[in-house]
Structures are given as C-alpha cells and as structure tokens.
Design a protein around this ligand. Structure first.
Ligand SMILES: C[S@@+](CC[C@H](N)C(=O)[O-])C[C@H]1O[C@@H](n2cnc3c(N)ncnc32)[C@H](O)[C@@H]1O
Length: 210
C-alpha cells in the first residue's frame, strides 16, 4: 500500500540503481513519518537513488535529515564495473541530490559504515541497510547501527531475499522480541518499546521530538 504519492516518482525511478519503483515509494513513505528531530540513516548510497527517495519522502513529511553513509568505492561485487581504480560514485551521488533539490536535507558521510557508527551520537528514526550484502557485513552493520534506533523507529533491509540480509533478519530481528510490525517490499520492522506491545499495523509514526 502506498500512503505517499510524490509528483516526480518517474524521475526518481530513473536514477541509476537497484531500487524498484514500489520499493522507492515505500522508503519515501517510511521517511515521511520520521520526526524532524530524529535522523534517517542510509548505509550504502551508491549514486543516490534510495537517498533521493528517502529525502523526497522526508521533505514531503516532517523534514528529518537523511545521513547517507558510503565510502563511494562500491561493494565488492561492483569493483569489476570500475575501469579506473580511483573512480568513486560520489560525484554522481552529489549531482543527483543537487538535481532533485535535496542538498539541504541530505548529509553525505564518507567512511566505512561500522567506523562511522563508532563516532555516531544521534537518535535514529529510520535505518536503511543497503551496503555490502555478505552476511558478516550486514550483521556488522545491523549490530553497529540498530542500537541508535529509537523505540518506535524503523529498520529496512534492501535485498532481503539475498542470503546475508535474510540471515540477519532471521537471527537478529524476527525472534528477538525487540522488533515488531514486520512488513515486506523491502523488509521493514519497527523497534518495540515493551515486549508484546509492538505498535499497530501500518507502521505508525515513531515517537520522538516533533
Ligand atoms: C547496493 S549499493 C547501494 C545502492 C543504493 N542504496 C541505491 O539505492 O542505489 C551499495 C553501496 O554500499 C557501499 N558500501 C559497501 N560496503 C560499505 C562499507 N563497509 N562502508 C561504506 N560503504 C559501503 C558501496 O560503496 C555502494 O555504494
């Protein structure tokens, strides 16, 4: 179900990347309900497709900033695409964010995802995990970043049917008691406050400063 309709969905969908149109719509909706005082964190931005969906949703909603964490050097499976070893995706990322008028709401953070988490100090209302997809990498990203997600905040895993994300979801999310309101397309969950009281269907707005 799409609860948010953006006027430029076709243009967002045309950005180079792996995110499907309905996945983009869903990210935009989840971003739109994050309170302005909380951070939206994206792990893995590539050329900014999901970043622009998240930031456009946030802009249409409550205006929470989107922190885009990437070293801009591609995941292991991307390196064969680069003929120039010095190539990075950051210029294309920045150009897309600028082209959609989102530079004031997107904060690029250059670094390795886990290293960035070690210096992180902000409450997170929505965490989107889409960096390296190997099990160890997804697990490290989830364990490093999920403690920053506030009660009522959300986590989203892209490529949730791939082995890495799927195993992390099964081992650390589904049966942990800490997460509820599970949904698909891509997989999302909401952090619960009290065991057995996981919020209501449809992912209500997370708690936090307005
Ligand atoms: C699948 S792409 C992200 C796609 C993007 N979310 C989109 O919708 O277009 C994965 C990205 O994660 C980044 N990445 C992979 N491992 C990383 C790490 N350990 N730290 C920082 N960035 C990483 C890569 O540079 C790449 O840009």
């Amino acid at each position: 179900m799409t609860l948010l309709s953006l006027p430029n969905e076709g243009d967002l969908d045309a950005i180079e990347g792996w995110l499907g149109l309905d996945e983009g719509r869903r990210l935009a909706y989840l971003a739109s309900i994050v309170p302005r005082g909380l951070a939206i964190v994206e792990l893995g931005s590539w050329k900014g497709k999901s970043t622009c969906w998240l930031a456009s949703g946030s802009r249409a909603g409550r205006g929470a900033p989107v922190y885009a964490v990437d070293h801009w050097q591609g995941s292991p499976e991307h390196r064969h695409l680069f003929t120039d070893p010095a190539y990075t995706t950051f210029p294309e990322f920045a150009a897309n964010v600028e082209r959609f008028g989102l530079a004031d709401i997107v904060v690029p953070v250059t670094g390795k995802t886990v290293a960035v988490a070690e210096a992180w100090d902000k409450d997170v209302g929505l965490l989107f995990i889409d960096a390296a997809h190997e099990y160890e990498a997804v697990r490290a990203d989830f364990l490093a970043w999920s403690p920053f997600v506030v009660a009522g905040g959300g986590v989203v895993f892209h490529d949730d049917s791939a082995d890495g994300p799927r195993r992390v979801i099964e081992e650390f999310v589904l049966h942990s008691g800490a997460w509820g309101d599970f949904a698909h397309g891509p997989f999302s969950a909401r952090k619960v406050t009290v065991a057995g009281r996981g919020g209501t269907p449809g992912h209500p707005a997370p708690t936090g400063p307005a």
